[in-house]
Design a protein around this ligand. Sequence first.
Ligand code: PEP
Ligand code: CO
Length: 459
Amino acid sequence: MKKWKINSWKNYPVKHIPEYTDKKELDMVLGKLKNFPPLVFAGETRHLKEQLANVVDGKAFLLQGGDCAESFAEFHPDNIRDTFKVMLQMSLVLTYSASLPVVKLGRIAGQFSKPRSAPTEIKNGVELPSYLGDNINGIEFNERSRVPDPKRLFKAYSQSASTLNLIRAFSHGGFADLKMVHTWNLGFIKKSPQAKKFKELEDKIADALAFMDACGINSDFNRRLKTVNFWTSHEALLLPFEESMTRVDSTTGEYHDTSAHFVWIGDRTRQIDGGHVEFCRGIENPIGIKCGPTSKPEEIVKICNAINPKNEKGKVTLISRYGYDNVGKFLPKLIRAVKKEGLNVVWSCDPMHGNTIKSATGFKTRPFNNVVREVKNVFAVHQSEGSFAGGLHIEMTGQNVTECTGGAQKISDQDLSHRYHTHCDPRLNASQALELAFLISDEIKKNSQYSKNIAQAVS
Ligand code: PEP
Ligand code: CO
């Protein structure tokens, strides 16, 4: 392996990074960002890696979720709060049913840049460069807004910092206290079947807390009852930005990308000889690798070895995203190749990106049923291969949007236009996300791998 440097990725071909016309301005912005405070601290990143090592061992479950693309327009404390609430609710459902701790990882506080399937977009005969994410260009369909503007990086940094600040406050300031569980429910799902199920769970938790309180165990004495660890993640796509946020940790001398705790390499940029893999192999952060239908098992093995030469547990998360009807064709082969090499990985399932279709009404959507099918198929494959289905990666929001069809609210093609707010891919709304958590908890109960782990944990 060639020696890694913070900018050695520049010696490799890179995809999906925009050409900035004003290079001087880009350098000025990146130069300033290099001196901005890190968004996360290296010690936190190490802590997350330890938690992910538990997922590798089947002792915890990973829940990763948030917007497909964060935007400047949707930046609002209520949106952050509601995404946080749904993640807490989903975690509680999963923890309760599987008796496993849930590692909570937001696609938040930095998830801006997007790889696009086409470099340009045509509307009414006018062709313009595609929208690439709010930290690169604007979504408005006019020439000016589509020019990559380096200064957008300042705004994205600032939005990430204040989002993270609020998340830290929620996580440690009392909002996540188990005693507050009844306040996590969102108004618009209160009448849904999931809300009823969640209420039953709330009551059971209240009983358990009352019992523990009577035994002298309560949140005044045990921080873990009133705080949570909530980590941040995004796709490490825009490498000039990621490089500018990468710093040497003074306590260990190691490089950490301080823009988030966890970053992942997308399905379109995971070339073994590409700049994205090169950049990610030098940083200490845990790394996700998206695996789609075009990924060859032997290539994924090579990427794992490049990124994690010491085969450290918790360093690599493989995120499969094949599409519900492709899981059986691709996933077993990947699991076998990874097992043959003895690689330690977290197996996570992204049931969103392989199930995107165009609705009859012209919207990009994902039928909830197909999302559920992919999850079920992935669990079944892991069950038969004897591996641990340890994670879920979803695009979701706490808002009452109508972007994915189906679910208990029975969102139809016609309903999509009502509240379709996403800047990129369609997200599950809070009701659909919670419904998915209940369905997964049923899968977990069925899976012998979990029962084995729970039995081991108890004995
Ligand atoms: C994403 O997670 O938003 C994404 C673009 O996914 P993928 O790389 O799997 O297509
Ligand atoms: Co997406």
